[in-house]
Write a protein that binds this ligand. Structure first.
Ligand SMILES: *Cc1c(COP(=O)(O)O)cnc(C)c1O
Length: 389
């Protein structure tokens, strides 16, 4: 049969039916699985047989979820985790040794940054950073002990774009593992493996669930690397629960249709914000004014659902705007069906010094908007009334 399209695979790549011929996939809430006899037990534990033994290792629901993500990312294999940070940490811990070095973009998710600065140094793993404004400097940071290049694109919360093809070529030239956190784009808008990434990480908590219900994470990519990450996870226990895997797998059935709507609304709202007199600048990958618009068009099929913009009037304006919001949620999550507004300078990034904040593009008046699935007219109306401060 002809290779199915993304949407079809997301719906039809499902577990085999049980003896009950159920239509929807059942939830396998079981901690362990039974053996037929002594020989079955021996063969299962020695991995001669591929089968479920214990849900910390594998479970039918987590396997179904991982296989769907692998098909979406064109990856050989994958591992699921209890959270996105579980995926990020386990990928580092499984593949890096004491004395190794990482080259990373400076703009990465806050907790990933904390791993680089606080936890990985405990095992003598150091990280050097390149700025998203000067990605060509990444090569000069490579040392004899460098093992990995790490980046997110689009970045959080600046919505900058990094050149995946350039990073892929750099990793190949120096024989490094390229790891891309593809959370903001989702596999529907961008496939980093096409550009040379060896591993792709997702916080499934965001657009994959898309309805703010469960936490989850996944790393997919090259099979030999995934095998190491799987063994680390199976022994350290940061596995995805079958319940969350079931929710996430169901959510993936609607990923394409949801993300299409998220992106259409986000572009409309970004264009609207650009014309507003109280706003200094708006950043959205598919706005022509975005500094890396051409690059975004090259590696993404649509711009995603995150917009950043700066209010005139700095911190005070940011606080007044947030206080005047009526419908949109004030929350630190993103990629939810509900529109979410965050003021990074007074919340998620308030612990950083002003210099460090500015280094990753977070100004005092900057707002991050995660456009939801409400009607775009209602989102615009709430923002418009809140801008009358
Ligand atoms: C949220 C997020 C993470 C962490 O995911 P959790 O599921 O919250 O642990 C990692 N990277 C990016 C880009 C994120 O937005």
């Amino acid at each position: 049969m002809k290779k199915q399209k993304f949407e079809t695979q997301a719906i039809r790549n499902q577990l085999e039916r049980s003896q009950y011929l159920e239509h929807a996939v059942p939830m396998y809430l079981t901690s362990s699985f039974v053996f037929e006899d002594a020989e079955d037990m021996r063969a299962s534990f020695s991995e001669e047989k591929e089968r479920n033994i214990y849900s910390r290792f594998t479970n039918p629901n987590t396997t179904e979820f991982v296989e769907k993500v692998c098909a979406m990312e064109k990856a050989e294999s994958g591992v699921a985790f209890s959270t996105g940070m579980g995926a990020v940490f386990s990928t580092f811990a499984a593949l890096l040794n004491s004395g190794d070095h990482i080259v990373s973009a400076r703009s990465v998710f806050g907790s990933t940054h904390t791993l680089f600065t606080k936890y990985l140094p405990k095992w003598q793993i150091e990280t050097s950073y390149f700025s998203v404004d000067a990605p060509e400097t990444a090569e000069s940071l490579i040392q004899p002990n460098t093992k990995m290049i790490y980046a997110e694109t689009p970045t959080n919360p600046g919505v900058d774009i990094l050149d995946l093809e350039m990073l892929g070529a750099l990793a190949q030239k120096h024989n490094l593992i390229l790891v891309i956190d593809n959370c903001f784009a989702t596999p529907y808008l961008q496939n980093p493996i096409d550009f040379g990434a060896h591993l792709v990480i997702h916080s499934a908590t965001k657009l994959m669930d898309g309805q703010g219900r469960v936490l989850g994470g996944v790393t997919v990519g090259q099979a030999d690397l995934i095998r190491e990450i799987y063994l680390f996870t199976r022994n350290t226990g940061n596995s995805l629960s079958p319940f969350n895997a079931w929710v996430l797998s169901k959510s993936l059935e609607t990923l394409a249709i949801r993300v299409d709507r998220h992106c259409a609304s986000a572009l409309q709202i970004a264009e609207f914000l650009e014309t507003h007199p109280k706003i200094n600048w708006v950043k959205y990958p598919f706005l022509k004014s975005h500094p890396q618009y051409a690059l975004a068009r090259k590696q993404m099929t649509q711009g995603g659902n995150i917009i950043s913009f700066e209010l005139k009037g700095g911190l005070e304006a940011g606080r007044s705007f947030i206080n005047a919001i009526q419908m949109c949620s004030l929350s630190s999550n993103l990629g939810d069906s509900r529109t979410i507004i965050t003021h990074p300078a007074s919340t998620t990034h308030s612990k950083l010094s002003e210099t460090d904040r500015l280094a990753v593009g977070i100004t005092d008046g900057m707002i991050r908007l995660s456009v939801g699935l409400e009607h775009p007219t209602d989102i615009e109306a709430d923002i418009t009334q809140a801008l009358q401060f």
